[in-house]
Design a binder for this molecule. Structure first.
Ligand code: ADP
Ligand code: MG
Length: 422
């Protein structure tokens, strides 16, 4: 009988969350604590109506909606459920009224205290915390039941029905865990919907920006050309100004090119070439920068026959961006190493540095457009590199430790014409 009633209660506690999700589906923008509170209050009320009376107490799952409402829907919804339980309990009345009211107040204290910090935990932790808060309210009920028995002068041993308590404990924990999981699922779904809308907006904006960037590049090239001509004839102090203007124009041009490359990597000239050769070429290109920064740039290349069939310049650009980042992150006296080895038709390129490294949060943001920690950085380099390597069906992974260094591993499939995805 107890189990039946409690299982019915379990269904009652789950239904408001499911109903809320259906309502949310119907009308996307309902995110109201009032509606959630109303549904949870109805569930708490129904639990109390369909409760199991024994040992002078009503056994039900009324605190499940109370805890979930406080934790997941906030103080308004929680307050509504709290009031509903108190009012219903007063209407039901009986000898144990005072115990019922005290239980409700104590069961609400813990979730109220946790409410402000609750969302700083991970989803799994939130489910665990909800279950723990549930266990706390069970403990309160058990303590007040024991006090009630001793006030009544009854022996605890006679009435201490362990199977009943176990059934209550198990069903209670399951109810709260399922409720919390369902809420988490709802939260995740809302987050994903928002993410999709945001991505759609960004895509449109990105396309717009790309077309503007494309239009700006042409006049920029013309201006640059004429300035170069003017510079040839200029001998006076304007010569310095023109050099400065040209170098800034070059910077603007490279940013625009990077951005356009990110928007859509253009593979113009496809050719077959040995990857190790390209890597030595990139190393030679970056040697002066490493020297200037006081960083030792080493390479350890396996010269076995491993060819790629792709746009050589694009891959070079991707590698330069990544190795440049490694050099820039490394302090004077540090070391950057480029390693390459082919294995099972895959080329493994590893770039390790003894630089400042990155923490978990920084690592997760790498490759996000415009993410940079440098004063003069653009935050385009990694986004472009990842896009290019992705277009070549390769993979990039990062391992990093703050203060120790970073290891970037790239895996590229050996090239045949069919493998190229443009
Ligand atoms: P930028 O170089 O213009 O800042 P990137 O997209 O190339 O933009 O890099 C983004 C950010 O990633 C950098 O600002 C830096 O904080 C971080 N980063 C990239 N590579 C490394 C590395 N090897 N070590 C430490 N931080 C790095
Ligand atoms: Mg960079």
């Amino acid at each position: 009988m107890l189990a039946e009633k409690l299982l019915l209660n379990l269904l009652i506690t789950i239904s408001p969350i499911l109903l809320y999700s259906v309502l949310k589906d119907h009308k996307r923008k309902i995110d109201s604590p009032l509606i959630s509170g109303l549904l949870q209050s109805t569930a708490a009320f129904a639990c109390m109506i369909f409760s199991y009376s024994n040992y002078g107490f009503n056994w039900d799952l009324r605190y499940v909606p109370l805890i979930l409402a406080f934790l997941y829907s906030g103080p308004v919804a929680g307050g509504m459920v709290f009031t509903t339980i108190l009012v219903t309990r007063i209407i039901i009345g009986g000898d144990t009224l005072i115990f019922g009211l005290v239980n409700t107040v104590f069961s609400a204290i813990f979730p109220i205290l946790l409410m402000s910090k609750f969302w700083s935990f991970t989803p799994t932790k939130r489910v665990h915390i909800s279950s723990l808060v549930g266990a706390w309210s069970l403990l309160i009920c058990y303590i007040s039941w024991t006090i009630h028995q001793s006030v009544q002068g009854q022996s605890l041993m006679i009435n201490f029905n362990i199977p009943d308590l176990l059934i209550l404990g198990i069903i209670y924990t399951i109810a709260i865990a399922i409720g919390a999981k369902l809420f988490e699922w709802l939260v995740e779904r809302t987050r994903m919907e928002e993410e999709i809308i945001r991505t759609e907006k960004l895509n449109t904006l990105g396309e717009l920006a790309a077309s503007i960037a494309h239009e700006v590049r042409n006049p920029l090239t013309v201006v640059k050309g004429f300035l170069q001509l003017m510079k040839q004839d200029e001998k006076g102090k304007n010569f310095d100004y023109l050099s400065l203007v040209l170098s800034e124009l070059g910077r603007a041009e490279s940013i625009i090119n990077d951005y356009l490359n990110f928007a859509k990597p253009q593979f113009e000239k496809l050719e077959k070439f040995p990857l190790a050769d390209l890597l030595s070429e990139v190393k030679m290109l970056l040697d002066p920068l490493a020297l200037k920064q006081g960083v030792q740039l080493d390479s350890n290349l396996d010269l076995r026959n491993f060819h790629l069939f792709t746009d050589r310049n694009q891959l070079k650009q991707a590698l330069v961006n990544i190795i440049k980042n490694a050099i820039e992150a490394t302090p004077i006296g540090g070391k950057v190493t480029i390693t390459f080895r082919p294995e099972n038709q895959l080329g493994y390129i590893c770039i390790t540095d003894t630089g400042k490294g990155m923490n978990h949060e920084q690592l997760s943001r790498i490759g996000t457009l415009f993410y940079t920690t440098k004063d003069k950085g653009t935050g385009l380099g990694m986004s472009v590199s990842l896009k290019i390597i992705e277009a070549m069906k390769g993979k990039v992974s990062y391992k990093s430790k703050l203060g120790v260094g970073t290891e970037v591993t790239m895996v590229l499939p050996e090239g045949s014409k069919e493998m190229i995805n443009i």
